[in-house]
Design a protein around this ligand. Structure first.
Ligand SMILES: [Zn+2]
Ligand SMILES: [Zn+2]
Ligand SMILES: [Zn+2]
Length: 139
């Protein structure tokens, strides 16, 4: 992720600056892993209520700031986008890695999706790959 301030990132994605958005964006930038809505709620307890957090995540996702990360947990996880994502379009095509020890999920920015051969007649729109294993911190 390039070094731009949270201010600039919001602006370049067409989002008005609010304190809540700044805080959430800074929190995402400080994490190497995907964050679930419930983890966010816990982190911002007493500062931002659940519904405004939820709205912030939706805004971030629809404006190409964060993407949903495939996972097998109930609470959806999100992570900062690494691709040239924009309003209404995501281009993140990296693999995701789920650690079976610490249960964290990471974006593997350097690992692109393998070329898939899709049978004719099917029109792929996006693909998600979740690799399971032991992460660097737990190995
Ligand atoms: Zn994206
Ligand atoms: Zn781990
Ligand atoms: Zn990702």
């Amino acid at each position: 992720m390039k070094e731009a301030s949270a201010d600039e990132i919001l602006k370049s994605h067409g989002l008005r600056k609010t304190l809540g958005r700044l805080k959430v964006l800074e929190f995402f930038s400080s994490q190497q892993k995907a964050i679930s809505h419930s983890e966010l709620s816990k982190h911002f307890e007493g500062q931002l209520d659940r519904s405004s957090l939820f709205r912030t995540l939706q805004d971030f996702e629809s404006h190409g700031l964060v993407h949903k990360v495939p996972d097998d947990v109930v609470s959806t996880k999100f992570a900062l986008c690494s691709g040239p994502c924009d309003e209404g379009a995501h281009y993140d095509s990296h693999l995701h890695f789920k650690c079976s020890d610490c249960q964290e999920t990471y974006c593997l920015d350097g690992a692109q999706l393998p070329k898939l051969s899709i049978p004719s007649g099917f029109k792929p729109e996006r693909a998600e790959v979740l690799v399971h294993g032991i992460c660097r911190a737990c190995a």
